[in-house]
Design a protein around this ligand. Structure first.
Ligand SMILES: CC(C)(COP(=O)(O)OP(=O)(O)OC[C@H]1O[C@@H](n2cnc3c(N)ncnc32)[C@H](O)[C@@H]1OP(=O)(O)O)[C@@H](O)C(=O)NCCC(=O)NCCS
Length: 186
């Protein structure tokens, strides 16, 4: 699978991504609000890349994590992921990660714009959702910049070690994306 943006090639992972993938997954700043715990092992990285390298169209309940390659250098700078709902093939959740050195350069926005265009216009998704820790400012700012609507604030709803933490839930409909796209193209 390939999507192209101005600066990025969004593609399936392959074995040569392993070292760069392990490097940013093991960065405490990147992992802080994420689901994996540190250290993120080589075995985990190999298994994830192996699982992801041949998936093209995820089915109900499946995920597809895609590599973000900087076109200019061929460097792996992060990934985006979407997971199709178990009971509805037209709904999915999304996530994104950018290596620390490349953050705040618009890469998450650029990659997610291409992914959302693909999901809404090619896959015909009806609704895309995302969630994040309320303290993950970079994540919810990116979601809001993309046009997601904050739909819920769950207070101290999940545990991280012994600490209860809060999360935001976001949603975006196909028709809302299309309206926003029309404005973007004005
Ligand atoms: C969240 C993340 C993907 C954002 O990536 P990015 O490439 O830096 O995002 P962008 O450059 O496209 O920025 C999008 C918007 O968010 C803002 N933003 C990004 N990081 C921010 C931060 N740490 N604090 C405040 N605002 C931030 C940007 O300023 C921009 O808004 P603006 O254009 O109005 O100024 C990145 O910080 C990351 O990988 N974090 C660790 C992994 C993670 O937590 N992923 C999300 C899991 S839910």
């Amino acid at each position: 699978m390939f999507l192209y943006t101005q600066r990025l090639l969004i593609r399936n992972f392959n074995a040569s991504d392993l070292e760069a993938f392990l490097a940013y997954r093991n960065d405490p700043q990147v992992a802080k609000f994420q689901s994996w715990s540190l250290p993120y092992t080589r075995e985990n990285g190999e298994a994830l890349i192996h699982e992801m390298q041949d998936i093209h169209t995820p089915r109900k309940g499946e995920w597809l994590q895609l590599a973000l390659e900087l076109k200019e250098t061929g460097e792996l700078i992060g990934d985006v992921v979407f997971g199709v709902k178990k009971n509805d093939v037209r709904q999915c959740s999304v996530g994104f990660t950018i290596a620390s050195a490349c953050q705040k350069n618009g890469f998450a926005t650029e990659a997610m714009t291409a992914l959302l265009n693909y999901l809404f216009e090619e896959v015909d998704m009806y609704r895309v959702v995302a969630d994040c820790d309320t303290e993950n400012v970079g994540s919810w700012k990116t979601l809001e910049k993309l046009g997601f609507r904050r739909e819920a604030h769950f207070v101290e709803s999940f545990t991280e070690g012994k600490e209860y933490r809060s999360e935001y839930f976001y949603g975006l409909l196909q028709r809302e994306w299309r309206t926003k796209a029309a404005f973007r193209n004005c």
